[in-house]
Write a protein that binds this ligand. Structure first.
Ligand code: SF4
Length: 371
């Protein structure tokens, strides 16, 4: 096997990189395999940057199986970037309900508005231009540039990151900045000049179908003779785990007010954390605060009277904190027991709640409501 040394052409600070094989071997092997085993997915038969962007955003931290239906429904409601920009954020979030990671929906809507206002509803065709838009990082920009515009640019999504960690037997957690530079440099060196579109889809498919997070199917892998992890028997150990990080603990309580089997929910303000999502009336409080005092505040906020009953508690991890959510329920007989508030609110059956864009912890609260 012949190694190769290539000049780094990016800004990643690695001037010279040694590859233990010829870079072309990877692309050739992957493209041959892709011709036989690649997936036929709804967003594969297009070069429309809008559709590619939509699919790439939906696929972040989400499986193909979960995305397909949402992708089709989104295109029916918002067939192009202008239609998406003209929709309200609330409409977009409600259509996104159930797909999770709602910041993606907010960023889609914000980016669509920028594209219409500043780019005449077209997309920039460079990685740098695409990265100016909300919610588009370097890898997503690379995917759009490669798939829609045939630019010779790399991607480094979770699948590709895992493949490269194994292919080069990377012995450090991949999110460290030193590892990040190496991974981008490798990704750049392996991306071929020709057939970038197919190569990009091929490497995504290899991660999804063969180089699996657990128990990679090395015997079926087109890269098995090149893979440094497999040659060293390390394919199960790599990638190395990221060091754990401490996240702060927060506390809140939610009051599930119900009447005739319908529950009161309200929409959060569209700007700010979890903006535009639905939730049960709730209040944040400190670890030292008395639950009774906070419940009195929460009930006063909603001008509701009655005797709340404790249901249980939920633990949920958001990106930058852990939430302990105490749950209470309160049955009311008629609407005179509750006052008007300024926030958008609704009374929903359990069936409706299950398809509503509730944010994570409040989604979990449905487990307490049963069938
Ligand atoms: S040989 Fe195994 S570990 Fe290496 S890239 Fe292929 S599937 Fe992944």
């Amino acid at each position: 096997m012949e190694g190769s040394r290539k000049k780094d052409q990016g800004n990643n600070g690695i001037p010279d990189i040694f590859l233990p094989f010829a870079a072309e071997e990877v692309a050739e092997s992957l493209l041959d395999w892709y011709g036989l085993a690649g997936r036929d997915l709804p967003w594969r038969q297009t070069r429309d940057p809008y559709r590619i962007w939509l699919s790439e955003i939906m696929l972040q931290q989400t499986t193909v199986a979960a995305v397909v239906g949402y992708y089709q429904r989104f295109l029916e409601s918002f067939p192009n970037v202008t239609a998406l920009a003209e929709a309200s954020l609330a409409e977009v979030i409600d259509l996104w309900a159930g797909l999770g990671y709602y910041a993606r929906a907010r960023n889609l809507h914000a980016a669509a508005n920028i594209l219409v206002a500043d780019y005449q509803a077209t997309f920039p065709d460079s990685v740098e231009g695409l990265m100016q838009l909300p919610g588009i990082g370097r890898s997503t920009a690379g995917a759009i540039a490669a798939l829609a515009f045939d630019q010779q640019v790399p991607i480094l999504d979770a699948n590709v990151r895992r493949i490269l960690c194994r292919l080069f037997a990377l012995q450090e957690p991949s999110r460290l900045s030193s590892a990040e530079k190496k991974l981008w440099a490798w990704a750049e060196l392996l991306t071929p000049q020709q057939r970038v579109h197919d190569y990009t889809q091929a490497i995504m498919d290899l991660g999804a179908l063969v180089c699996l997070p657990r128990n990679p199917l090395c015997s079926e892998c087109p890269l098995k003779d090149l893979c440094q992890a497999r040659c060293s028997g390390l394919e199960q150990q790599l990638p190395l785990k990221q060091p754990g990080k401490q996240v702060p603990q927060r506390h809140a309580m939610a009051l599930l007010i119900h009447r005739q089997e319908r529950y009161l929910v309200r929409r959060r303000p569209t700007s700010g954390f979890l903006g535009g999502l639905w939730e049960f009336p709730s209040i944040d409080f400190g670890a030292e605060d008395f639950v009774e005092t906070q419940m009195a505040r929460l009930m006063a906020d909603h001008a509701v009277c009655g005797n709340p009953q404790r249901l249980g508690s939920i633990n949920h991890v958001y990106s930058h904190f852990r939430l302990d959510l105490q749950l209470f329920q309160l049955a009311i007989d008629d609407l005179s027991q509750i006052g008007e508030t300024d926030t958008e609110s609704n009374w929903c059956s359990l069936t409706q709640l299950k398809t509503l864009a509730l944010h994570g912890a409040h989604q979990k609260a449905l487990e307490y409501l049963g069938e």
